[in-house]
Structure formats: structure tokens, C-alpha cells
Ligand binder design. Structure first.
Ligand SMILES: Nc1ncnc2c1ncn2[C@@H]1O[C@H](COP(=O)(O)OP(=O)(O)O)[C@@H](O)[C@H]1O
Ligand SMILES: [Mg+2]
Length: 469
């Protein structure tokens, strides 16, 4: 069953409705759901799906001819049997065919043409430039290796540079969509789901493991998914990323591992990995801007372009978990998986706490605070940290996020320390304070006192009721 992706489908349909031809790229990491999205989009349209396997041109053409015969035969005169001597002939045929009728053509894993037939990129460019004005082809190109796809279309020296009209980056589901997706398949309590989400992220493919592996305990499910001998996700990070980085993958992996362990500034990463600061800077910028696996963060009160207080984090929840607990323990996993799992159990709650902070941040972004914040984010300075700060010129709202069940007394202590930290902030205005816990005792009592008091049940329900917040 295909789930959600409404915004992406809307975008694709909008482009489809444009008269004439368009060139669209769908990119995003492996397993995120690009193929599923393309197939869903094609399901009610005249369109062709071509997977670019790493095989001979002749073999691909055989497959593609079959697809054309199947989908187009009723629109072709009976004596026309599609047969092509080259990919160029095929593309020319499709461009010409679409003069009469809107046609969608999908090339999945397009970057594989680099090995199948490198010259195809420049012939495609030539045919496209020559015929797109008179045809009605929606060309969708799918790529899993962000780096390679960007090189093919964004490097001035490449033939297809500048030909793309629309880019769709497919991201994992957000927390709420992930929860509803899994709940449509199996009953998982929200608390357990936060733990599973901390490891699997919003990747449909991994979330589909939950019905099979979850039997009432999230730790047992994660053990079977990541740590056991035949755990299906144990090698997953390696499988997905190794090709992306090519022969430089070790250096990239070291940096991602360091970041996942909490070494988040260039200096800390350099000390941890033993790489020179300059080299680390180069890799960090590549991993952030080119590959998009890291996010650069600054304290919410700082100017992102000017400040030197920069920290990095892994943007994909799954990779963050995999590097932290699997890749980091590779050798130990071979020798003594039981020990690895025992240590994991003690370290995991703090890790989930960090994930919960990010979920809470998203929750606050969708919350009506009575004003429209200019910025919402984390703040830190020295050893002090505030989990969520939202502010405009006149208002400041601060939240402490706790992945713990809090009694009223605990909550008051948390609020006291938050009020103390508030004095460190360089923000003026009317301050309000809030708590987002796992479960909060006497929420109503706190709310009467003007505290913005929430827990996981509020987080879950907010988005269940208002999916578009
Ligand atoms: N929107 C979705 N709804 C339901 N299942 C999905 C969705 N997107 C992906 N999946 C499932 O996740 C798995 C991986 O998706 P796929 O499209 O093959 O990823 P990609 O092409 O990006 O590698 C598939 O088994 C697919 O069925
Ligand atoms: Mg695919």
C-alpha cells in the first residue's frame, strides 16, 4: 500500500500539467521511496518505466522495447514493432511519439548510464535540445547517489548541465507521517515508537520491518534488526553509502562516525580522527553541501553566516544511529555481539533523548505560540544548552525537553534551571517557559500557572488532528 507523499505527487502532477516537455530529477538516498513514488505517479498516466541496470546496452534495449510494446501498443499501428539499435534511437522515438500525446518517461538509477554508456549523456542532451520544443515528454530521472546526480547535471563541464527544469529531493517521512504509517500496519505505543524512530528514522523501507520485528519491546526489535548475526540492517549503512563516496569512503566514514559520537565542531572532529583541521573542513563542507548528509547548525541567536560557533550533525536519523552504535562497534560486534548490545542498552536512552529534542523542535515549529517566531532552534554556549528557543522582537519562549516521565516536583526543578539559563540569553522581550517531557504529571496545574506544558501524547495528537501544521 502506497502511503502519503502528497506534496511530492502534487508537485509531479503540476509539472505534468505544463504544456510541452519538462525534465525533472527525483533524488534522495537509497530506500527512501523514489521508485515507489515514480510508480505511484505513473499508475494513472500513459508512461514508461525504465530501470537502468548495470548491463549491456543491447540487454537494456530488449527490456525497454518490451515495456514500450506493453504500454504503447494500443496507440501504435499494428505493423509497428518497436525495435531499437541504440538508446539514442529509443529516445528519439519517444520524443517524436510524444508530439501527439503527453508521455511520461522514467529512467530509474540514471547515474548507471555512466558505466553502461557514458556517451549517452551527450546524445541525450543533443536530442533533448533539438526536440523538446515540439514534443510533450515529461522526462523523470531518478538518482540515488546525490553526489553523482549533482555532478551529471550541475557541473558546467558535463553535457547535461542546465537541462533540468525541476528538482525534487525526496526526504524520509517526518516523525508524524512515520508514526501514522506504522500504526496503519501494527499497534505500537507512542513511547516505543519514539525509540524505534530514533534508529530507523522516517525511511519507509525500514519502518516496514516494524510489523515483523516488533513484538512488544523496542529494544528486542532493535537487537534483531541491528545487532544479531543475521540482522538485516547491520550492513545497511555500508551498503547505502560506500558507492556514494567511492574510494574516499573511509575518510568520510570516519567523520560521520565522529559526529555521531558527539564530536561536532571541526576542532573536535580533527582531534578525534587525527585528520588535519584543513582536511576536516574540506570534508565537512562536502558532506554538508554536496552530499547533504550533514547539517550545519549554529546557536539560534547567532548569525549563521558570521558566527564561528558551528556544530554539525547527521541529518538522517538512521545513519546517525548506525554510525553511533553499529559502525563504531564493528569489530566488537564480530567478537562479542552480546556485550555490544548490553552497552547499547545503557547508552540508548540518552540517544533517544536527543532524537526527542529534534521531534520537540518540529512540534514547536507547528505550535501556535501567539506570535510568529522569527527563528526556532537550539541554543548553546560553553557547557550550557537550551533545547528549544523560539523568538521574535518582543517574545521569547524557551523549552526544556526531557525523555523522562516527570512528577510535578521534577517539573518545577526543570523550570527553575531553565529560568536561570534564560539569563544567559542575549534576547530581550517577554519571556515564557515550557517543558516537553515524555509524560508529565499534573500538566493542567502547570498550564494554569502559565507554563507551556506538553508531553508525548500532545506531540502525537497535535499532528494527528492537524496534519498540515
Ligand atoms: N510512500 C510509500 N508508502 C509505502 N511504502 C513505501 C513508500 N515509499 C517506499 N515504500 C517502500 O519502501 C521500500 C523502498 O522504496 P523504494 O521506492 O524502492 O526506494 P528507492 O527507490 O528510493 O531506493 C519499498 O519496498 C517500498 O515498497
Ligand atoms: Mg529505487
Amino acid at each position: 500500500m502506497f502511503y502519503d507523499r502528497e506534496r511530492e505527487l502534487e508537485k509531479l502532477n503540476e509539472v505534468y500539467s505544463f504544456p510541452g516537455s519538462s525534465f525533472l530529477v527525483i533524488y534522495g538516498r537509497r530506500r527512501v521511496g523514489k521508485t515507489a513514488l515514480a510508480r505511484e505517479f505513473l499508475s494513472d498516466k500513459l508512461g514508461l518505466y525504465f530501470f537502468v541496470g548495470e548491463k549491456d546496452e543491447a540487454l537494456l534495449l530488449e527490456e525497454y522495447s518490451r515495456e514500450i510494446e506493453e504500454k504503447l501498443s494500443r496507440y501504435l499501428p499494428p505493423y509497428v514493432k518497436p525495435k531499437f539499435g541504440s538508446l539514442e534511437e529509443l529516445v528519439e522515438f519517444l520524443l517524436d511519439y510524444s508530439r501527439e500525446r503527453k508521455l511520461v518517461v522514467v529512467f530509474d538509477e540514471f547515474q548507471n548510464f555512466r558505466t553502461v554508456k557514458p556517451s549517452f549523456f551527450s546524445s541525450l542532451q543533443r536530442l533533448w535540445d533539438e526536440k523538446k520544443e515540439t514534443s510533450n515528454l515529461m522526462l523523470i530521472v531518478i538518482g540515488s547517489y546525490v553526489g553523482m546526480i549533482k555532478r551529471i547535471f550541475m557541473d558546467r563541464k558535463e553535457p547535461l548541465f542546465g537541462r533540468v527544469d525541476e528538482w525534487v529531493k525526496l526526504k524520509p517521512f517526518d516523525f508524524w507521517t512515520s508514526f501514522n504509517f506504522v500504526r496503519s500496519l501494527v499497534d505500537v505505543p507512542p513511547k516505543d515508537f519514539v525509540e524505534l524512530y530514533s534508529a530507523l528514522g522516517g525511511m519507509p523501507r525500514y519502518l516496514l520491518y516494524v510489523p515483523r520485528y516488533y513484538h512488544g519491546g523496542s529494544l528486542e526489535a532493535l537487537k534483531a534488526l541491528f545487532f544479531d548475526e543475521f540482522a538485516p540492517l547491520r550492513e545497511e549503512g555500508l551498503n547505502v553509502l560506500k558507492l556514494e563516496f567511492g574510494r574516499f569512503y573511509r575518510a568520510h566514514f570516519s567523520i560521520l562516525e565522529a559526529v555521531s559520537l558527539g564530536y561536532v565542531t571541526p576542532k573536535e572532529i580533527s582531534d578525534k580522527t587525527g585528520m588535519k583541521l584543513l582536511t576536516v573542513g574540506k570534508y565537512l563542507s562536502e558532506l554538508t553541501n554536496h552530499f547533504e548528509y550533514l547539517k550545519r547548525e549554529v546557536p539560534v541567536t547567532e548569525n549563521p553566516l558570521k558566527t564561528r560557533k558551528v556544530a554539525y550533525r547527521i541529518s538522517d536519523e538512521f545513519f546517525n544511529f548506525w554510525f553511533r552504535f553499529v559502525y563504531h562497534n564493528y569489530t566488537a560486534l564480530e567478537e562479542d555481539p552480546r556485550r555490544v548490545f548490553e552497552r547499547f542498552k545503557t547508552e540508548f536512552p540518552a540517544f533517544v533523548g536527543k532524537t526527542y529534542e529534534r521531534i520537540a523542535l518540529d512540534f514547536v515549529r507547528g505550535l501556535d505560540l501567539g506570535f510568529r517566531p522569527e527563528r526556532v532552534g537550539r541554543w548553546w554556549q560553553g557547557g550550557e544548552e537550551i533545547d528549544v528557543v523560539a523568538y521574535d522582537r518582543k517574545n521569547v519562549v524557551l523549552f526544556e525537553v526531557k525523555w523522562r516521565d516527570l512528577s510535578l516536583r521534577d517539573a518545577r526543578k526543570v523550570l527553575n534551571s531553565l529560568e536561570r539559563k534564560a539569563e544567559l540569553l542575549p534576547l530581550k522581550g517577554n519571556y515564557r517557559f515550557g517543558i516537553i517531557a515524555r509524560e508529565l504529571e499534573d500538566k493542567e496545574e502547570l498550564r494554569k500557572e502559565g507554563v507551556l506544558a506538553f508531553d508525548l501524547s500532545d506531540i502525537i495528537h497535535q499532528r494527528l488532528q492537524c496534519p498540515f501544521l
